[in-house]
Design a protein around this ligand. Structure first.
Ligand code: 4NP
Length: 166
């Protein structure tokens, strides 16, 4: 791991299926962290079990690839109890994901749980809409929001480290 150390920062990105938004977020974040010199683990998961073991949706892979990021090797998994202790930050794509995460969070969870877009100044409570039933434009729109979100997230983590709260 290269970059500035901040203890053991680790971020889990969460959506519903873990085949569209959160894989793009993981990939975009890894790229942004590398560019910014931030040392941070990253992973993604879904609140639902539908797609466990599946690669990202081909449209998500194509959208990431068009932005120079390879997410083809990711495989979907479901969020699990130990994620609330393993990760310092658990970031949801939309409000339903956030509610699902909060509903299963152990009382003594150490992870900070929030919306990804809350990392953006003035972005409080904005959500990355589910592109699964949409078209290429919806995937491009999701990528654009995610890219903004992860850039802001990298800056916050560089500045505030483990204590970053939003
Ligand atoms: P994601 O998109 O949560 O961004 O991965 C979805 C993927 C699959 C389904 C819904 C949303 N699904 O209903 O199977």
């Amino acid at each position: 791991m290269h970059g500035r150390g901040h203890g053991n920062l680790s971020v889990l990105f969460v959506c519903l299926g873990n085949i569209c938004r959160s894989p793009m977020a993981e990939g975009a974040f890894r790229a942004a962290a590398a560019r910014g010199g931030l040392a941070c683990e990253a992973d993604s998961a879904g609140t639902a079990a539908y797609h466990i073991g599946h690669p990202p949706d081909p449209r998500a892979i194509a959208t990431a690839q068009a932005n120079g990021v390879d997410i083809a090797d990711q495989r979907a998994r479901q969020i699990a109890r130990d994620d609330f202790y393993r990760f310092t930050h658990i970031l949801a794509m939309d409000s339903a994901n956030l509610a699902g995460i909060r509903a299963q969070a152990p009382r003594d969870a150490s992870a900070h749980v929030a919306l990804l877009m809350d990392a953006v100044e003035g972005g409080a409570s904005r959500v990355v809409a589910d592109p699964y039933h949409g078209d290429e434009d919806d995937f491009a729109a999701a990528w654009a929001m995610i890219a903004t979100g992860v850039e802001a997230l990298v800056q916050r983590l560089l500045a505030e480290g483990l204590t970053a709260r939003f």
